[in-house]
Ligand binder design. Structure first.
Ligand SMILES: Cc1cc2nc3c(=O)[nH]c(=O)nc-3n(C[C@H](O)[C@H](O)[C@H](O)COP(=O)(O)OP(=O)(O)OC[C@H]3O[C@@H](n4cnc5c(N)ncnc54)[C@H](O)[C@@H]3O)c2cc1C
Length: 403
């Protein structure tokens, strides 16, 4: 993605850090320290407190919620070094990025690559300010892994498309303002008949039915389109280019999911520290359970190696022009490690890691159990692990179907 030329002089970077510190001192409400919850991207937004709103607006106006996106569309226009410095300075005072969700993770970068100037100016600034909630309308009842089988039809009616069909597993659909959607504009060709359309979730004919899970939560929905009129200006790219655009968006999604996403946010306490608390230390100051000690050390080494590899791979692929199929490797490895981490956390906590709700458990313990269960989904959504294996075999290793 375009950003200002690198690298800048150390003096410039120091001056930038000063600017960040002054901004944080003036704008970050101290009562919001540590309140960040990445799950909010698919949960009901709820009432924003005045402090939360002020913080979001301040960051949005600076463009620092999307620090490396171009300034002309509302981004921060920062270099990667400046963005890193911003992150570090925020961490020092317990500040967090209030701007996120699917608009930031997936749609924004895709629009920057494929949308017209008008579309960029219309859609990207509200994403940078955290004003609009987007949902993803890809999957259908018979089009999950076989995504190109999608049947939702967008019929050309001259000045608009008439959309009919059903999407499923639309995360956060009941709270979203808009949906980026893959639709069929032709039945003649499985892949070239697909187009990328932006649909207003409040338009007549859009119906959202939350899917209730055994936990009682409903983070995703069935979304029905019945004779929904969508203006022609809402088509991104050319008609029939949706498969190419949709796949690129998935690479952004997979790169974002490789860090464990919501799973990591819910369960970010250092394992060693948690183990020290629940298991205790022996007379040599080491974790009392030797077997668990080895497991934690083994995991932490692999996790840190993964994080470093992921950072290197992402820098390399950005230098070569953006995300690539490497995102499949990162997604596969990152989600597997995220699940292992959640398992370890449960093992460390013993029965205290099995609470679901009610008194007698700390909130962090309850969050941990949910993170462990929610983690099962991470190797399914955004493309299952088996599908990542297929992509790695075909597109990275160059293997043929029968190999
Ligand atoms: C928590 C969650 C949130 C989601 N949010 C969204 C969302 O917001 N928007 C959206 O559009 N979708 C969303 N999805 C849907 C998700 O993208 C699909 O579930 C996923 O692509 C898998 O498709 P499927 O469920 O139809 O499974 P299927 O495609 O039926 O797959 C079933 C099993 O068969 C395997 N399989 C299928 N084909 C092959 C093959 N060719 N080779 C090897 N193995 C294969 C799969 O790996 C899997 O194990 C979400 C899913 C979950 C679980």
């Amino acid at each position: 993605m375009a950003s200002v030329a690198e690298p800048e002089a150390k003096a410039d970077l120091d001056a930038f850090r000063e600017e960040v510190r002054a901004f944080l001192a003036e704008n970050f409400p101290p009562e919001l320290r540590g309140k960040n919850n990445l799950l909010s991207s698919v949960e009901e937004a709820g009432e924003e407190s005045p402090a939360e709103k002020a913080w979001r607006v301040a960051m949005g106006e600076k463009g620092w919620g999307t620090p490396t996106w171009p300034k002309e569309y509302g981004g921060g226009g920062l270099t990667k070094k400046q963005a890193r410095a911003l992150e570090e300075e925020m961490a020092k005072v317990g500040a967090w990025n209030p701007i996120g969700g699917m608009g930031v993770m997936m749609l924004g970068p895709t629009l920057l690559e494929f949308a017209s100037e008008e579309q960029k100016h219309e859609h990207i600034p509200p994403i940078c300010k955290g004003e609009i909630r987007w949902c993803q309308g890809y999957s259908e009842p018979n089009a999950g892994s076989d995504l190109a089988n999608l049947q939702t039809m967008a019929e050309d009616k001259g000045d608009h498309y008439l959309v009919n069909g059903q999407k499923t597993w639309t995360s956060g659909g009941q709270w979203a303002d808009k949906c980026f959607c893959l639709v069929r504009t032709s039945r003649a060709d499985k892949h070239k008949g697909i187009s990328f359309l932006l649909i207003d979730m409040h338009a007549p004919g859009v119906e959202v039915k939350p899917i209730k899970m055994i936990s009682g939560m409903s983070p995703f929905c069935e979304t029905f389109f019945t004779d929904v009129q969508v203006p022609k200006e809402s088509l991104v790219g050319e008609e029939g280019q949706g498969w190419t655009i949709g796949k690129k968006l998935l690479q952004h999604e997979r790169t974002n999911l490789s860090g464990g996403g919501a799973l990591a946010a819910l369960n970010s306490q250092p394992l060693g520290k948690v183990a020290e608390r629940y298991i205790g230390l022996d007379e040599n100051g080491k974790l009392a359970d030797a077997e668990l000690r080895v497991k934690i050390a083994d995991f932490e080494m692999r996790w840190n190696a993964f994080l470093l590899t992921a950072r290197r791979a992402m820098e390399e692929s950005k230098a070569q022009g953006g995300v690539s199929e490497i995102s499949s490797i990162l997604k596969k490895a990152g989600t597997k490690l995220g699940q292992e981490r959640a398992e370890l956390m449960i093992a460390i906590q013993g029965y205290r890691g099995l609470g679901w709700e009610g008194e007698g458990f700390e909130q962090k313990e309850l969050d941990g159990t949910r993170a462990w269960l929610f983690g099962k989904a991470t190797t399914i959504y955004g493309g299952s692990t088996e599908i990542q294996n297929n992509i790695i075999a075909k597109r990275i290793l160059g293997m043929l179907d029968h190999q």
